[in-house]
Design a protein around this ligand. Structure first.
Ligand SMILES: Cc1cc2nc3c(=O)[nH]c(=O)nc-3n(C[C@H](O)[C@H](O)[C@H](O)COP(=O)(O)O)c2cc1C
Length: 499
């Protein structure tokens, strides 16, 4: 089984609350179940299977872990560990590599221990936070954006869209920039670099004019930053032509990139806004201005949750709210589209692309890499789950690279690009791929028939045994049934070429 072919899914342990200092761990004297469950949550079940002790302690155990669970008896911990032993372990062909050499990568000539960085935000806003993240295994951090502005944040400042399991799918923030003084932030950079010389310090800055962009870049270099990230993209700093307003105007991107680049000797990345039709004009302008690479995407302008009684959207601040930046797993498809645009642009050939937007698992990160990113950055998943996600990010990606026979991240960068077309009119349209029902998995819910009837081509009926029957003449092979089946019981089947 490949690392990509999961047997146990997040849905199987959906009631696991991913506790800190998990009670299930305290209840078990043989292993720490929470780490295994977390690996499954973050798509690294093979890594989890490998960490199992050789003897299965669950065989004779009465599963106190399940009784002491924060949601008593709601998570099948013993059964999940057994599945790791008896289903996943025997199928795992690749071992987690002994070292992390494959994960090493380069950003503009500087070696990163691995491609995983904190992105500029609250998760990278103090010395202690970055230090803890570095100790946990993150390769570096894009520090919370530094500016000369006097920042006073609103309360509350976040709102979220939740999935059925309670986890955050999409996240809106109205946060602005670092509220530390320049002097405080420079002291932090210096301290971090002295204590962690091998970690990568990316100094995110936002100036108010050319002189300021240059001064801030020079100051960050003097104080130990390895590279500078120009924040042309904060949707919450639009006042007076700052933030994402800059990213929407290529001439300003070019001018401010040049201003920063002229005053420092370290690599400069332009962080771009997704609040445009295409990233290419701004990205090429940044390169013309001397930037060495592009970071993308920042958050997407959004409104969440209109309160149906007060009529105020969220987060409501004294009866008012504002358009703010949307992030988290929900934005990943939008981010991937932009990354592929950058990856394909010949003007950007050889320039570093640092990708972000919705990454939670190593598979998400790999998708960015396959579309051209050389490093990846994360905020919302850390806000939700903590720095600890780095272990499964690294293990999962390391194992995948080994399994594929790749010696380094470099071997994977851009591999998916040739399959992406920006328009659908180039696609082959003569073959229909019919759905196939795996009868052992079908529970007869009829969701496929409902969706096919009301959102498809009326090709599925339910028989007297409550099993779907396909009418091959009506089926157009759209695969809506595959996507809505709650049991994963429908898969692509036979092909038919239209004559
Ligand atoms: C609370 C919050 C604060 C942020 N602050 C900044 C910032 O100061 N500078 C910046 O360049 N991006 C900022 N971002 C954007 C993130 O760095 C990142 O580009 C975006 O959230 C997408 O990644 P994600 O889906 O992993 O969060 C912030 C995001 C969030 C959620």
């Amino acid at each position: 089984m490949l690392q990509t072919g999961q047997i146990i899914e997040r849905q199987d342990i959906i009631r696991c609350a991913l506790c800190a200092d998990a009670p299930c761990d305290a209840a078990c004297d043989k292993l720490k179940p929470s780490g295994f469950l977390r690996s499954i949550w973050f798509a690294n079940e093979q890594g989890a299977a490998e960490r199992l002790p050789s003897e299965n302690p669950c065989i004779t155990c009465s599963a106190p872990c399940e009784r002491y669970c924060a949601r008593p008896m709601e998570v099948q911990i013993k059964d999940t560990i057994n599945r790791l032993y008896y289903q996943v372990k025997p199928e795992s062909e690749t071992r987690v590599p002994e070292n992390e050499d494959r994960l090493k990568c380069e950003m503009c000539g500087i070696t990163l221990e691995n491609p995983f960085l904190l992105s500029s935000s609250v998760v990278s806003s103090t010395y202690d936070m970055c230090a803890r993240a570095f100790e946990e295994g993150w390769a570096g951090a894009s520090f919370k954006t530094v500016s000369t502005l006097d920042i006073h944040e609103a309360s509350p400042r976040f709102s979220a869209i939740h999935g059925a399991d309670g986890s955050i799918i999409g996240f809106k923030n109205i946060e602005q920039l670092s509220d530390h003084s320049i002097a405080e932030n420079m002291e932090i950079f210096m301290k971090l670099k002295n204590k962690y010389p091998s970690k990568f310090i990316l100094a995110s800055i936002m100036g108010q004019n050319e002189a300021e962009w240059g001064e801030l870049a020079a100051l960050c270099e003097e104080n130990g930053a390895d590279a500078v990230e120009l924040n042309f993209s904060c949707p919450n700093m639009a006042e007076g032509g700052l933030g994402s307003d800059i990213g929407q105007i290529p001439e300003l991107v070019e001018r401010f990139s040049r201003a920063a680049k002229e005053k420092c000797h370290i690599p400069v990345l332009a962080k771009l806004t997704p609040n445009v039709a295409s990233l290419i004009p701004a990205a090429e302008a940044a390169i013309r201005g001397g930037a060495d690479g592009i970071s993308a995407i920042n958050t997407i302008k959004s409104l969440t949750a209109v309160n149906i009684h007060t009529y105020v959207t969220a987060p409501a601040v004294h009866g008012l709210s504002a358009v703010g930046g949307y992030s988290g797993n929900a934005v990943k498809p939008i981010a991937l589209r932009f990354i592929s645009e950058l990856g394909k642009d010949p003007v950007l050939k050889g320039k570093h692309i640092s990708g972000m937007g919705g990454i939670e698992t190593w598979k998400d990160a790999l998708e960015f890499i396959l579309l051209g990113a050389g490093s990846v950055q994360i905020t919302t998943a850390i806000m939700q789950y903590g720095y600890r996600i780095i272990h499964d990010l690294k293990d999962g990606l390391n194992m995948y690279l080994a399994e594929k026979g790749f010696n380094s991240i470099r071997d994977a960068i851009g591999l998916a690009l040739d399959t992406v077309s920006s328009t659908t009119d180039v696609l082959e349209r003569d073959t229909v791929i019919f759905p196939r029902v795996i009868s052992e998995r079908c529970i007869g819910c009829g969701r496929c028939a409902v969706s096919c009837g009301d959102g498809g081509h009326q090709a599925i009926t339910m028989n007297e045994n409550r099993r779907p029957v396909l009418n091959g003449r009506s089926c157009v092979g759209c695969h809506l049934c595959i996507l809505v089946c709650p049991q994963n019981a429908i898969v692509p089947g036979k092909k038919r070429v239209r004559t």
